[in-house]
Design a protein around this ligand. Structure first.
Ligand code: SF4
Length: 774
């Protein structure tokens, strides 16, 4: 059975709120996976597709970047949200020329991202001409000529912006950055700018490499796992299997979060009868319900306590050999945290000192500690200092480059790390650019390009006139919705390489193109035969992905084909890069990758190993910190940030529902948090609801306040949110991304990383007049 897409958009009046769950997965996880698969694909296709998901000869999950186990894989090597991601891509619903003829752009612009996404796969390239009311079909060569013509007409290549989402394969990403640099700009913003840039910045500075230092085996061998600012039950669900395995091996888990997320508390493993029918595995031994933005203070306090205990019993807490031989900056750090301000720690964390001490004691007792984190840590103004403090504690204890220990920033989108490895970055190092020049006989530009925030500013101000995105939903993913949308509308041309409709297609430039591409699940036939692509997971494992389904339409091109087709139209056949040959045989692309990208030598052979290969990581592999200025890991002394909130205000974080992956909305339920049939909710502690004179279920406007010279304070409003009483930390609230993005101004970004601050937003809530109209 294939159901029809929903007819209506969201109406908060129909929101249903039930008790939040205290465990994740189990039977509801299995039934939801199957139901969503059958709704979108039908029963037979669901079975045929899921059987290949995350298997060695199958395709990589288009969801998150959590790694597959090396060696044995189970028959169902996926989670509920992986199944949803696949169902969305392998859906039988179609958006063809008739759809665009029937729906004017003005009507589509009124629809939610959920409604747009539920219409199905786009089957043909379409164009929206200046002043037109509808997208109409265009053939591929005309589309490429149109883009090439607009690019050639720019007064400088820097007037174009080339965005990448984290789903793009390594091969497509490598060719895309080659096209962009051959054209003459480094304007290569990506979704990493909006999520894990703070991790990359802090880790590159302290360990010399902006990636995590653990393998999946380290996670299961750790005796202490610390999960900070991360909701694995929704955003990286198979991590729960690793946590369960670690617990079985005797590990203890500390969860640090403002919300008691189901996936931090208990896991009912759907792969086991005991998981389906029994009580499951309790996960967090200690749950620190921290105040938003208090993580830096927590880790600074832990560092203080570890050093105090070391002074009391020398040689028992600090790994002195490691600190003396492999690090620098220890004395300054130790002096800094010796003076820690406990009153500030109390305010920042909202935790009891005894609780902080208990956590620190667990660090001191652990032989093998892994600290994991995600966007709960990376999207604050002080995210980079926060992650530096985590590195400080790991260095004190010698927890880098040791089996069962390390730092683990858990990445979001499935190939976001691989895209960066392949050169999608506005400031790739000279070594990479020089290798690119040598390999292809081009001269890559050297001046840094625009990141996401810089690109929005440039488009807003008329300094960038063409915007192209390979994947993603830029309009919804970016902060400051109104400014981002105005920036896209100010462009002469917007181009989106996509599988399905989303908001970015209806917030368009004067001319707009949608170029439909094949998905991960689909067969990719080229001149040299059937192709596979490669991806890199969160733990630096590079492996193959081969789709098997018939493409959704005969008119689709692969991402590699689209990049090469555009390059041929832009540069012509005489260009030093053999674009036509590369698009026909991805082995030729991988040969080039092996000569340009560090750590990728012999790429074609190594990705054909059953589990692929692991990219080198000097701190993890040999405890060497070759990427830092002095070749040593770096302790840092960071001034403590304490968020003090005026009376009547709350600290807001944006977060994802369980029926969502980034901007893709799979459904309107958030099963774990007990929300059904709606998304415009604000989760508030019941005591705060009372103190604010509000009521559970009341409709409110969320208002953020931002100092702005010379006018004083500028308010931002997000209307029609329903208050839901929820056991968040006192003074902290939560609302879904992207609905709450409008509250965050473009200029509010994290220090050093320039990541938009989607966390720790000061808001007040004002009652709204109740209406039944959506
Ligand atoms: S854990 Fe992530 S990669 Fe694995 S199946 Fe789930 S969504 Fe996909």
């Amino acid at each position: 059975m294939v159901s029809t897409p929903p007819e209506r958009d969201v109406n908060e009046a129909e929101l249903d709120v039930t008790t939040r769950k205290t465990w994740a997965a189990g039977i509801p996880g299995v039934t939801t996976s199957l139901r969503r698969g059958v709704e979108q694909m039908g029963a037979l296709r669901t079975g045929a597709t899921l059987r290949l998901l995350n298997q060695r000869e199958g395709f990589d999950c288009p969801g998150c970047a959590w790694p597959e186990p090396r060696g044995h894989r189970s028959v169902a090597e996926f989670c509920e949200n992986g199944a949803k991601a696949v169902a969305e891509e392998a859906t039988r619903r179609r958006v063809g020329p008739e759809f665009f003829a029937e729906h004017p752009i003005a009507e589509l612009a009124e629809r939610t991202d959920y409604w747009l996404g539920q219409q199905g796969r786009i089957t043909q390239p379409v164009v929206l001409r200046p002043g037109a009311t509808h997208y109409t079909p265009i053939d591929w060569s005309a589309a490429f000529e149109l883009i090439a013509g607009q690019l050639r007409a720019l007064s400088t290549p820097d007037e174009a912006v080339f965005y990448t989402s984290g789903r793009t394969s390594n091969e497509a990403a490598f060719l895309y950055q080659l096209l962009v640099r051959s054209f003459g700009t480094n304007n290569l913003p990506d979704c990493s700018n909006m999520c894990h840039e703070s991790s990359g910045a802090a880790l590159a500075e302290t360990t010399g490499i902006g990636k995590g230092s653990v393998t999946l085996e380290d996670v299961t061998r750790a005796d202490l796992l610390v999960v900070v600012g991360q909701n694995p039950g929704t955003n990286h669900p198979r991590m729960l299997s690793a946590l369960e395995k670690a617990k079985a091996n005797g590990a203890r888990i500390i969860a640090v979060n403002p919300l008691p997320e189901a996936g931090l508390l208990r896991f009912k493993n759907p792969q086991k009868v005991s998981g389906l029918l029994g009580k499951g595995t309790a996960l967090a031994d200690v749950f620190c319900q921290i105040r938003l933005g208090g993580d830096q203070a927590l880790f600074q306090a832990i560092g203080h306590l570890l050093l105090r205990w070391e002074a009391e019993r020398p040689g028992t807490v600090v790994d002195r050999d490691f600190v003396a031989g492999s690090t620098e900056g220890f004395e300054e750090y130790a002096a800094h945290v010796a003076e820690v301000d406990w009153e500030a720690v109390d305010v920042a964390t909202g935790l009891d000192r005894a609780e902080v001490e208990r956590v620190a004691r667990m660090f001191a007792e652990s032989e093998r500690t892994v600290v994991c984190w995600a966007m709960g840590l990376t999207q604050h103004k002080h995210s980079v200092p926060t992650i530096r403090e985590i590195a400080n504690v790991a260095l004190l204890r010698g927890m880098i480059g040791k089996p069962g220990a390390g730092l683990c920033p858990v990445r979001g989108h499935s190939n976001v790390q691989g895209d960066r490895t392949m050169g999608i970055w506005e400031k790739m190092p000279e070594k990479f650019l020089a290798a690119l020049d040598t390999e292809f006989g081009i001269t890559a530009p050297r001046s840094h390009g625009l990141d996401t925030v810089g690109a929005i500013r440039a488009m807003r101000d008329g300094q960038a006139r063409v915007f192209m995105a390979v994947g993603g939903n830029f309009a919804s993913a970016s902060p400051d919705t109104a400014v981002t949308e105005a920036a896209l509308r100010a462009c002469d041309l917007t181009v989106h390489v996509s599988t399905k409709l989303n908001r970015s297609h209806v917030v368009h430039g004067r001319t707009a193109l949608i170029l439909p591409t094949r998905g991960r699940t689909e067969r990719d036939e080229q001149a040299a035969g059937e192709q596979f692509v490669t991806v890199e997971d969160s733990m630096s494992v590079v492996h193959r992905s081969r789709g098997r389904l018939e493409p959704a339409s005969e008119h689709l091109m692969s991402e590699v084909g689209i990049v090469c087709g555009l390059a041929l139209a832009l540069f012509g056949p005489e260009h030093p890069v053999p674009w036509a040959a590369l698009s026909g045989d991805y082995d030729l692309v991988r040969d080039r990758i092996s000569r340009v990208v560090p750590g990728c030598a012999d790429y074609n052979a190594r990705v054909r190993e059953p589990d692929g290969f692991v990219l080198p990581h000097a701190p993890r592999d040999s405890r060497e910190f070759t990427g830092t200025r002095t070749g040593k890991a770096v302790f840092t002394a960071n001034p403590l940030t304490v968020l003090r909130v005026p009376p009547g205000r709350l600290l807001l974080q944006t977060l994802r529902s369980h029926d969502q992956y980034n901007t893709t909305i799979y459904g309107l339920d958030d099963r774990y948090r007990g929300i059904k049939d709606g998304r415009r909710v604000v989760l508030v502690n019941p005591h705060d609801i009372t103190d604010l004179g509000l009521a559970d279920g009341q409709l409110v406007t969320l208002i953020s306040e931002w100092p702005e010279d010379p006018t004083g304070v500028v308010e931002r409003h997000a209307h029609r949110f329903r208050v839901v009483a929820y056991d968040t930390t006192r003074g902290c609230a939560a609302a879904y991304f992207p609905e709450a993005n409008s509250l965050i101004p473009l200029d509010s970004t994290a220090d050093t990383s320039n990541t938009p601050t989607s966390k720790s937003v000061v808001i007040r809530l004002e009652p709204e007049v109740v209406s039944d109209e959506p």
